[in-house]
Design a binder for this molecule. Sequence first.
Ligand code: ATP
Length: 256
Amino acid sequence: MILQTDTISLTLQGNRLLNDIALEVRPGEVLGLIGPNGAGKSTLLRVMAGLLRPDTGCVFLDGRDLFTMPPEERGRHLAYLPQEAPASIGMSVRDVVALGRLPHRRTASAQQDAAAVRQALDAVGMSAFADRSSASLSGGERARILLARALAVQAPVMLADEPVAALDPAQALTVMNLFGQYAAQGQAVAVVLHDLALAARFCTRIAVLSEGRLVGIGTPAEVLTDALFAEVYGVAVRRCGEVAVPWSLVASTRRP
Ligand SMILES: Nc1ncnc2c1ncn2[C@@H]1O[C@H](COP(=O)(O)OP(=O)(O)OP(=O)(O)O)[C@@H](O)[C@H]1O
């Protein structure tokens, strides 16, 4: 399935958070969403997930308006992994992951649900934690369980908001590899990342947001230029091999 935003704009409490953003997430690709803190990445992802309605513009899933689709159907097509989720007090890890099956409650058997939860836990290496209380997890473990919940949806489109922010390098690689495999199976993935080395390594294309606007989109090589680091992030980089390492702040009119 292809997910498209058609020049969407959104103002909340007098703040223009998104400004005429048109992009698409295609089957088989991992689209990275990058940009400084407060650029609008999470807001955009929530609009793409159908959780926030834009003031103008539409979001289309295979040409259908996302906001006229029955919520359960939308939930089967789109898996959304939030940046943060409230602790699920009293729920086991398995039960938290099973929440991902809610959109399927009228369409899937108990066996299909159980198999999807098992596979998702296995994919994130958390099967041994299935009976643990979700409240007892470390930050990184909780992040992997949230990812498992999103994987359990088995949706053709995955929208993930900073899924590796709490993870060590090995876990981060594992998760990004999972998204790569997901895309290789023909699913469409959009992922918000601050780690630009991971974005360069795993994203097919990268979209750059700054102050609510889409200021660049293309392959990692096209987008992750020294000019981008200076103009969008206000940092100068040094190149260590192929990796750009943020090195120093540059004078900018945009940053405080
Ligand atoms: N409900 C709201 N009302 C008003 N402003 C909001 C609301 N939600 C978010 N914002 C503001 O919108 C801007 C974009 O927020 P958003 O969370 O989308 O940024 P982000 O790019 O994901 O940032 P980060 O990298 O820090 O997670 C921020 O300045 C934020 O304070």
